[in-house]
Design a protein. Structure first.
Length: 307
């Protein structure tokens, strides 16, 4: 049997080059119907996609006033980490010792002041100061309680990441315990969500797996959008999952916070962008990459992958 020669395109139909094929693929993708956001906007919960060195997964995130949320319970998670548990014991002992010393010093000073003051005024000023401090504390608590904070689909201090939309939806419908089930809209979500709904917006898609490599490339290759978004989700995760070490590394005044501010300034345009780029040149690439490697590692350590 004679071997058939491969079919060739008709002479009147030019073969598509790579750029034409890519443009056609992009056009086809643009023609796809956008995911319906009505469910998420109504229930105030969003699907999120996070890429880590171990893989990419889907989860959920919501923002609510702090007073409406019960923080995730990290006791079991921290017990699994002997180094963290030991450090917490040492810190607790140090705090107890410090409190005792301060109490003794304060008691001694109070006794001396009482002896010097007239009898009727010995406690008046102290009581007034204490009342003012309590009032200020209550005001601060009220303000903090009204502040919206992030909560993720997590359980006992671990972030639940799902490899597919189907597995995420299956979990939501299962009634399994998790930290988002305390939301008043959770029951309705579990009844209505479909795999097709798990389509995160671009601003809810984070590539933490690329951050360290991007920083290692040097100032000229840094991707401001990638790094700024990574900082945003890392702060959210650190708060929601109770990772104080990560919060400290990204706190105001830290080197990584300086990096974040310089990156934001560099993309704002005008003289601010010029000054931002100058500030970026002063930030060590090695220091930044090492810091972010630690952050990504700490977040990865508290992920519970679900297939």
């Amino acid at each position: 049997m004679a071997r058939q020669s491969p079919q060739r395109p008709d002479a009147d139909e030019p073969e598509l080059d790579e750029s034409t094929a890519s443009a056609a693929a992009d056009e086809a993708e643009d023609d796809r119907p956008a995911a319906d956001r009505a469910l998420w906007d109504e229930l105030r919960i969003d699907p999120v996609e996070i890429a880590l060195p171990a893989g990419t997964g889907f989860t959920l995130r919501a923002y609510r006033p702090a007073r409406e949320l019960t923080p995730t319970d990290v006791a079991e998670r921290d017990e699994d980490d002997p180094f963290l548990a030991r450090r917490q014991v040492v810190e607790a002992e140090d705090e107890d010792q410090e409190v005792v010393i301060l109490d003794e010093e304060f008691a001694a000073l109070s006794e001396d002041e009482d002896e010097e003051r007239p009898a009727g005024r010995r406690r008046g000023a102290a009581e007034a100061a204490e009342e003012k401090a309590e009032a200020d504390e209550d005001e601060d608590e009220d303000t903090a309680g009204d502040e919206e904070v992030p909560a993720f689909l997590s359980y006992r201090g671990r972030l639940l990441l799902f490899k597919t939309p189907e597995s995420l939806v299956s979990f939501v419908r299962s009634g399994a315990p998790n930290d988002l089930s305390q939301l008043d809209s959770w029951t309705e979500l579990s009844e209505r969500v479909e795999p097709a709904d798990i389509a995160p917006l671009d601003e809810d898609t984070y590539e933490l797996d690329l951050v360290v490599e991007n920083l290692r490339g040097g100032h000229d290759t840094w991707d401001p959008t990638l790094l700024i978004e990574a900082g945003e989700v890392a702060r959210d995760l650190a708060y929601a999952l109770r990772l104080p070490a990560v919060l400290d590394m990204l706190s105001a005044g830290s080197s990584l916070d300086d990096l974040d501010e310089a990156l934001r300034a560099s993309v704002n345009g005008g003289i601010g962008a010029f000054l931002g780029r100058r500030r970026l040149k002063k930030i060590g690439a090695q220091t930044a990459s090492l810091g972010w490697r630690t952050i990504v590692g700490k977040i990865s350590a508290v992920v519970d992958w679900r297939d």
